[in-house]
Structure formats: C-alpha cells, structure tokens
Design a binder for this molecule. Sequence first.
Ligand SMILES: Cc1ncc(COP(=O)(O)O)c(C=O)c1O
Length: 369
Amino acid sequence: MSKKIPLLDLTAETAALWEELNEAIQGVLREGRFIMGPNVKAFEEECASYFGVKHAVALNSGTDALVLGLAAMDIQPGDEVITTPFTFFATAEAISHFRATPVFVDIDPASFNMRVDQLAERITPKTKAIIPVHLYGQSVDMNPILELADKHGLKVLEDVAQAFGADYQGRKVGALGDAGAFSFFPSKNLGAYGDGGMLITNNDSIADKTRMLRVHGARKKYFNEVVGCNSRLDEIQAAILRVKMRYVDQWNEARRQAAQRYDHLLQAVPEVTAPAAMPFATHVYHQYTIRVPNGQRDAVQTGLKEHGIDTMVYYPVPLHKLPLYLPMNLTILEAERAAAEAISLPMGPYLSPEDQQTVVAALRKVTRV
Ligand SMILES: Cc1ncc(COP(=O)(O)O)c(C=O)c1O
C-alpha cells in the first residue's frame, strides 16, 4: 500500500518550529504564571494590531467567542439571529444557548457561503443579529450584509473560526462586523496545542462585557456583577500561538499555492468540481473542498481511504437536519446538496506537490470505477 497522506500534517509544522516552541513553552514554565499572564496580554495586543482593531479578548475556544460575543450583543430568548445551515454546529449552538432562534438562509453553491441576497426577506422585528461564517477560509460577501445590518440596526458577529488572515476586498475578515469570533482549535490555520479562541472588536462595550464575562462576570476580582463563565486562554497556549502567528501569513500563502496546484491537477478529473475562488476574497484554504456529484461522494471517500488518503466531510448533516432543529421542518436545497457532495482533500502549509499528485491520481482512479 502507498504512503499514508493525512488531512493535515501537524507534526511537520511542529518539527519546523521545534526550537522556538520549546523556548516559548519553557519561558512560561520559568515565569511560573499560567493564567492571564504576559503572553495572553501580548498575544491580545499582537492580534489587535494584526487586525487593526481596538480590542482582542483571548478566550478558551471559538465556541466561547461566539457565545460571549452574542451575550455582549445582548441576545435574549426569542430573538432571531440569521446564519447559514452549512457550518459547524457551534455557530447555531451559540444562538440556541440563549434560547434565541437561528434563522437559516441557503448557501451559494459556488462558495458554500451564505446567500446574501436571501437575507433581507428573512429580517423580522425579532431579528437582532447576523452571523456570517467564512467557511473553509473564504470570506462571505460582506458589504451587502453590513449595509443591511446598518439599515435595520442589527449586529454582525463574524464566525472567523476557519479564516484567520483571510481578506475581503483587501480588508481582514473578523474586523468587518461588530465583532469577530476566532477558534484556535489545533487544526485551524492558526491553531493552539489545545483549545483556544478570541473575540476581536472595535466596540468598547462589547469588549468590556466579553472581558467581564470570561472571568465569572467580574470587572474586579471577587466583585462579581453578573453570571459569567470561566473562559480564559491558557498562558502556555498564548505563548505557542505567539510563535505560530509569526508564520501564519506565509502558511496561508503556502496553502494558496497548494490550492493552485490542486486546481491545475484536478483539470484531469472532470467528475469532480474544484472550489471556486470568489473575486472579492483572498482565500486562506483552511479546507480545499471539492464536490463529487451523483451520490458518489461516500464511495470516493472510502476509495481514497483504501489508497491511504485521509479526507473529511465538512459537514455531512446541514444544521436544519440535526435533531435540535428538525422540528423547524425546513428544506434548504443547496445546503443539503453540499452536505451530500462536499469532501475536503488533504491540505496544509507543508503539503508537498508529490503528495498532491498522489491524491489526485487516486481520485482519478476512484471516480472512474
Ligand atoms: C465555523 C466554526 N465555528 C465555530 C467553531 C468552534 O470553535 P472551537 O472548536 O474552538 O470551539 C469551529 C471549529 O471548531 C468552526 O469551524
């Protein structure tokens, strides 16, 4: 059997940065401060400066960044928040956490992102916010969303979990709406070696509330004001993220180059559709996701596995078909089609051209059986 190709090779990255990472981790051990220490503070400042925003609040997951972001936007039971059904559950889970209602719009089949032309008709007096999700590392078409939000007084919370460093018309996503929620889950373009997250914003009140909520609703220790939670980023994770952040732009560029190589190689596999790059976006290819039509996707995935190639289906069930939202009884055609056809190929900054050739050669074989 040929060499195994993982979906993402994190060991290649760790090996490349071994000395720097060790130094950073040992620095934390020597300092002896493990919670809310100098690395968290410095990482927040570095993120704020990278995104050109006033505030960056480090948290312990992307999920918490969404939940605390919505809390800071004062989302209440019965409110409606518009989002996409083709995302990780955490996006809608954060909305349901407040017993608010996720209102799902369909996706654009080319980009897999929410259809912005369907938003206006879904706005009701209960609508409070929109969560655009920059899926697979590609920006949603943000201008129509920001215009609508402005017109109707809605908040925009960007789910940037998959798109650290991606651009929309030359501006970094995450900094376009009222706040941006990042995940540093290990497989993300900027990933920790454990859980982590961040909320960025230019809004003083959102930043202040998020900072207070992450430490049990206290602005001053032991003077707790409201029910919050414990959602701090660990000092060791912050130290690791500071090292890795120095490389994130070059890694994103390496992902784009790998994507171009795939685009080229896939011309020899007309059975599948390569991902579309939208003209307004600089994609960071968190995932390189193709479509396999005609009910062949699962067979293709199994066939690739037999060739030693790992793939993933993000996401096999659109959110409106999960048990929590099934009672809504929705049919959302393009999201359902994407859930049946999408498959993500191995991708990452250290993916070699040879491995890509192996992936596509195997894909040719398994699509022709
Ligand atoms: C689109 C999206 N939103 C939210 C999250 C949640 O982030 P986390 O796993 O850090 O809680 C993830 C990733 O896992 C994600 O991909």
